[in-house]
Design a protein around this ligand. Structure first.
Ligand code: SAH
Length: 484
């Protein structure tokens, strides 16, 4: 038996950030721009668009700058045809140096800082407290993009992509959210209910972005939220074999909704990034070889958290209903009267087959597909496997947890009648960046695996379908590391 361990709370890490994105409210505040270099007109427009009252000090304004006051839809712009003075900065919340002369710009920046303004200087990054990024504007929804000066064209392309992804109508939906927010908070006091309302609201916005939200929407959404079942619940969610893009939309929604996530060692860490930042994450892993949490402890924790009203996600690798002891977790919830639902995931066999580009069934070579465990309660080869079925020439067999017993399993299958030349392969770390495949036959695969010395979760696949010519061709060019 493996060593016991206790469920343990884990915290999401944060990769280093090149800059900290923050958003500066400027509605009704004073902003000052000095100078009239090439970047000045656009910066003045930006400040005005954010609702600032902008004073521009420029002894010789360019044609373009002169035109700005007539072109703005928000804020106000006053052009002063003279140089700036320190007094001009009194009460400024934001200041931009746009003078041609470096020394003048340095003096302006110092005066602006002394006046308490946030400072930017056009084309002089060394003088800036804050920098501008590319913007996607669906106000009040605003997206800012920065490459921290590393790749402006890249940033522009990202902006164009996001621009295409966000319908213009989102503006109206987010504005409605702002107007309805207080009312919704008054109506629903619990976090889960409020969140339920805003989830439904967001679904509607995504479904019908081009239509303006109405009072009728509000009434319906309030009604739906009131009618929804309350209290905690458990969702068994399939995290797939590793690649986060294989998550289902339902899995994403469950992760975003979760208060607590109990996850296994095999769940790829990137997948936890889709959870809410405030969600508690707990590692409750069972590993074949290392320390393991007891299933009873996991069940008890899951149920007790749900009973305190939490939305609990039990996040399991692959599909929860394939070699995941989900039956016991479902039963524990049923016995405790805790509602429990299942969100399926891509099981390791499917992930591996897809990334290799092999069909697991074939009209000539594989009439049947079977998933088998290579591992019993003690970690040994299960005594009661159906050897006749494993020796069947027209089956594709996928063995989960095969690592410790692969040699004996294949040997025994051959002695029960499996052709020694039957194609066999093991995929390590299927769908992950370090995916690697070892191919061979039922007779020689064990030795090849030994020689390859690979690590990580692995599944064994055996069957004629895997050796078909088209399959071989694809395996040969698969993007993973082939160890043959
Ligand atoms: N519920 C999971 C299986 C859990 S049992 C599923 O549906 O995939 C754990 C076993 O799954 C591992 O020992 C390994 O055999 C297999 N497995 C899980 N993820 C894998 C991956 N990314 N690559 C290869 N095998 C994997």
């Amino acid at each position: 038996m493996s060593t016991p361990r206790q469920p343990r709370e884990t915290r999401a890490g944060l990769e280093p950030l090149a800059v900290l994105p923050v958003f500066v409210p400027l509605q009704g505040k004073r902003a000052v721009l000095a100078g009239s270099n090439g970047g000045a007109p656009w910066k003045v427009k930006l400040l005005a668009a954010a609702g600032a009252l902008v004073d521009v000090y420029a002894p010789e304004p360019s044609e373009e700058l002169l035109a700005v006051p007539g072109e703005i839809a928000a804020g106000s712009v006053t052009l002063h045809r003279r140089g700036w003075t320190p007094e001009d900065l009194a009460g400024a919340a934001f200041a931009i140096g746009a003078t041609e002369d470096e020394a003048d710009c340095i003096a302006f920046v110092a005066a602006a800082r002394a006046a308490g303004a946030i400072v930017n200087a056009v084309d002089r990054p060394h003088l800036c407290d804050v920098k501008f990024g590319a913007i996607v504007n669906r106000s009040p929804l605003v997206v800012g993009i920065s490459t921290e000066g590393a790749a402006p064209v890249f940033g522009q392309t990202v902006r164009a992509r996001i621009e295409a992804m966000l319908p213009r109508g989102f503006s109206r939906w987010v504005a409605a959210a702002r107007d309805w927010r207080d009312g919704v908070s008054e109506r629903f006091h619990g976090f889960a209910e409020r969140r339920g309302f805003w989830e439904r609201f967001t679904d509607r916005a995504f479904a019908e972005p081009d239509r303006a939200p109405t009072q009728g929407d509000l009434t319906e959404l309030l009604g739906e939220t009131e009618a929804a079942p309350k209290g905690g619940a458990v969702t068994l969610v399939g995290a797939g074999p590793g690649d986060a893009e294989l998550l289902t939309l339902k899995a994403l929604r469950a992760l975003r909704n979760a208060d607590v996530i109990l996850y296994d060692d095999l769940v790829a860490r990137e997948i936890l990034d889709y959870a809410r930042r405030e969600a508690r994450t707990m590692l409750v892993g069972k590993t074949g070889h290392g320390p393991s949490c007891r299933q009873d402890d996991i069940n008890a924790l899951m149920v007790s958290l749900a009973k305190t009203g939490k939305q609990v996600v039990r996040l399991k690798s692959g599909d929860p209903l394939v070699f995941g002891r989900a039956g016991e977790e479902l039963e524990a919830c049923r016995l405790a009267g805790v509602p429990c639902t299942v969100v399926p995931g891509v099981t390791a066999a499917q992930g591996a087959a897809a990334s290799l580009g092999v069909s697991l069934t074939h009209r000539d070579a594989a009439r049947r597909l079977q998933y088998v465990t290579g591992h019993d309660r003690r970690g040994a080869l299960p005594e009661d496997l159906n050897w006749g079925a494993l020796a069947d020439p027209s089956v594709t067999t996928v063995v989960y947890m095969p690592k410790r017993t692969l040699g004996v399993l294949l040997e025994r299958a051959i002695s029960e009648g499996l052709a020694p030349a039957t194609p066999a392969l093991v995929v390590f770390n299927a769908t992950r960046p370090d995916q690697a495949t070892v191919t061979g036959t039922a007779a020689d695969l064990a030795a090849r695996i030994e020689a390859a010395g690979l690590e990580g979760p692995a599944i064994l696949m055996v069957g004629e379908a895997l050796g078909l010519r088209e399959a071989e061709a694809i395996i040969g060019t698969a993007p993973d590391r082939l160890a043959i």
